[in-house]
Design a binder for this molecule. Sequence first.
Ligand code: ADP
Length: 269
Amino acid sequence: MDGILNRSDISKAKRIVIKIGTTSLTYDNGHVNLNRIGHLTRVICDLMNRGKEVVLVTSGAIGIGVDKLKLPGRPSTLSGKQAVAAVGQLMLMNIYERFFSEFSQTVAQVLLTKNVTDGEESRQNAINTFNELLSMGVVPIVNENDTVAVDEIKYGDNDYLSFIVAQLTKADLLVILSDIDGYYDKNPQEYDDAILLHTITDLSEKIEKNAGGSGTALGTGGMLTKVHASRLAAASGIWAVIANGEKPEIVYDILDGKEIGTVFVPEKK
Ligand code: ADP
């Protein structure tokens, strides 16, 4: 059964949320990977031309802020992180804006906090705004509002945020791009014999048991948060795929139903 569970249905996805992590957006030395961002934006513009609607959930504000300010690492204090995020978010959006404008694609910045999407009225406002932007052919670029979010009102990680965005926008497909090919039965950075899990149909919490933390200083959630977000998405009827963002063109293969990455098969669709 592995890998043949109607992957071709994914090709019908109209509304797609793509999430990209800090490790995919930056080099090991902390500088921005412009080549990667260039490929990602080109793929998104092309998907829009195909008639898809795309929402991009992007990490990277703090990582890019650290680099821009030439700091030795992430600040340890909350105010330090928030200040760095304020610098980095602007630079991140500036980079996206420049790449997207090459293809005359309009983008919008949407900064969310958990209390906004938890509150009934503010959640509905966020939904309306997403729908309005998508109907205008704009690509919303979403991040957590790190500059004001404190622990009590934090999503925790952008993988979870990408699930929330997929839910708010009633997306058909969530693609989580990472620095690894997908979800393995154990951490492949530690075990040579780790096997890639192609298809996940069990959406219970126990499927998270083989997922570990991040292998890098910049990555935050690791595989655990990706599997968590993907299973929640699939449980809400949304196809979810964890795949390697090294070549963002992988999104085409996912839409072609190729056996690539780890697919979480939705329950209700
Ligand atoms: P990103 O910046 O893309 O969000 P992370 O570094 O947070 O990336 O998460 C991906 C990392 O999770 C992998 O590079 C790997 O080191 C780690 N990991 C832990 N357990 C697993 C697993 N079972 N399968 C795949 N990767 C795993």
